[in-house]
Write a protein that binds this ligand. Structure first.
Ligand code: ADP
Length: 468
């Protein structure tokens, strides 16, 4: 009978005999000695009782019996240790039983070691699968769950312990998944919305062993979203370019077909110029975005005065405003910014230009530099324009998202300005914060991390307030 695993463990725990002592008589010699000793004792007693042969035979039998009893006791002790892990001190140490115990112990510890190695390898293997970013699920021939990693459990809404040995199709009832699993054609992955309705999954099934299945699942929500965004983007760009192109083509036709007065010709040329400028602005912004996406983040080794940068952006905004707005600036002459490529200038210019374009004549536009307590800096552009309703705020930095499309286009907007600002902020390790309320103006804050900001030598007054 083979020892049970627990007995093996128990036996291993109770330090079995380490070495057999080989100094016992061979069993044959012990048996012969027992028989002869018994016979001799019986013979002596027999002479005295006048029945020497009978008692000699009896003595030989008693000697053989004693020998057998000794062997039986040794065997019992060995068995007790093997089966129940009994006290190893009682295990035979000598003779053939000692040798047997020693050999058994060696075999058991070898088996123990192999079992432990195999268990360790299995543990490491499952740990590696557990570390996979994708879901891994093992099913038996009846599609019952053998094992799954935590990613699968999360994606399919399974409980790794409770749902073991349950049929997966009873737990994940999404028709596309059930049909795919039962259809038996596993050459292509199946895509479906995971239970819970939030996550899109691509699931690949690979049969193995005797009807068992390896189910690999991947969260493709982000990928699908990106693909949809890319499709939308191409559609938007085409739409944005087609409109001015159609207008220009129409005007060209008019000029070719109709005799126009000088005034009409000038008007048509002016309108065509507006449309081409619109296309130029769009292509310019698209190139800027492509450049921002395709280049490494700017380093933080070239420092420039923050006030100088902000003043340049302010000058451009004033030129655009042409005296229609009042500007306030609150700058810090001592602060310096790490911005090697001039991206921050373009981001602040975008915010100021939006303020000019959307704020009606007579409104106020403020530009403020503020260093926060944690060392980060905040460049704030505030206006007294129409403001933006709450539901639009989270989408403003999406490409081509406009609250008021016609106002944006009429003022030369491309719908890409704030997405450029957001990109620039992120490339500098910062973010953009927007707060606005209809009728109460808007406030855009470009927040930069402390490692992009430092206090240098003030050029004049440390802080200057300007009202222009
Ligand atoms: P656009 O070129 O259309 O201005 P942006 O990405 O710069 O594109 O801005 C997105 C939208 O956010 C604009 O279309 C406009 O509706 C709104 N917006 C941006 N800045 C302001 C602002 N200062 N006041 C009101 N609305 C604004």
């Amino acid at each position: 009978m083979l020892p049970t695993e627990s007995a093996v463990a128990a036996a291993a725990d109770k330090s079995p005999p380490s070495r057999a002592v080989d100094d016992d008589w061979p069993p044959g010699v012990a048996l012969v000695a027992g028989v002869l000793g018994g016979a001799a004792a019986g013979l002596l007693l027999g002479w005295w009782l006048a029945a020497p042969m009978v008692l000699a035979l009896l003595g030989a039998l008693v000697g053989a019996g004693a020998w057998l009893l000794g062997q039986w006791r040794q065997a019992r002790r060995l068995l007790a240790w093997l089966q129940e892990g009994a006290d190893p001190a009682r295990v035979p140490q000598v003779g053939i039983w000692g040798e047997l115990a020693y050999r058994a112990e060696r075999l058991l510890s070898e088996r123990d070691r192999r079992l432990a190695d195999a268990a360790e390898q299995l543990r490491q293997f499952f740990e590696a699968i557990e570390a996979s970013p994708n879901g891994v699920l093992l099913l038996d021939a009846d599609d019952a769950i053998i094992w799954c990693n935590s990613v699968t459990a999360q994606q399919f809404g399974l409980d790794r312990i409770r749902d073991r040995e349950q049929r997966v199709t009873h737990l994940v009832r999404t028709p596309a998944f059930v049909q795919h699993l039962q259809g038996g054609r596993f050459d292509k992955p199946v895509v479906f919305t995971a239970p819970g309705g939030q996550v899109r999954l691509s699931v690949l099934v690979r049969p193995y062993g005797r009807g068992m299945k390896l189910v690999l699942s991947q969260d493709i929500t982000e990928r699908e979203r990106n693909e949809a965004m890319r499709r939308d983007f191409v559609a938007n760009v085409s739409h944005e370019i087609r409109t001015p192109l159609t207008v220009v083509a129409g005007f060209l036709e008019t000029m070719a077909d109709l005799p126009l007065t000088d005034a009409e010709r000038r008007r048509v040329l002016q309108l065509m110029q507006q449309q081409t400028q619109r296309m130029q602005a769009l292509v310019g912004d698209l190139l800027t975005l492509a450049q921002l996406e395709g280049s490494p983040n700017p380093g933080a080794d070239r420092w420039q005065p923050a006030a100088g940068l902000l003043r340049r952006a302010l000058a451009d905004a004033k030129a655009l405003s042409a005296g229609r707005h009042q500007f306030d600036a609150d700058l810090d002459e001592a602060a310096e910014l790490a911005d090697s490529e001039g991206e921050l200038l373009s981001a602040v210019s975008n915010l100021l230009n939006n303020a000019v374009r959307y704020t009606p004549e007579g409104g106020r536009i403020g530009l403020k530099w503020l260093q926060r307590q944690d060392g980060s800096a905040q460049i704030e552009v505030r206006d007294t324009g129409p403001g933006i309703a709450r539901e639009h705020l989270s989408r403003l930095t999406e490409r081509f998202y406009r609250v008021d499309g016609s106002r944006s286009r009429d003022t030369g907007g491309t719908g890409l300005g704030l997405s450029i600002v957001k990109h620039v902020a992120q490339r500098h390790g910062g973010e953009i914060e927007i707060s606005s309320e209809p009728g109460r103006g808007s406030c855009f804050r470009l927040v930069l991390p402390s490692w992009r900001v430092r206090l240098g030598q003030p050029a004049g007054d440390a802080r200057r307030e300007a009202s222009v």
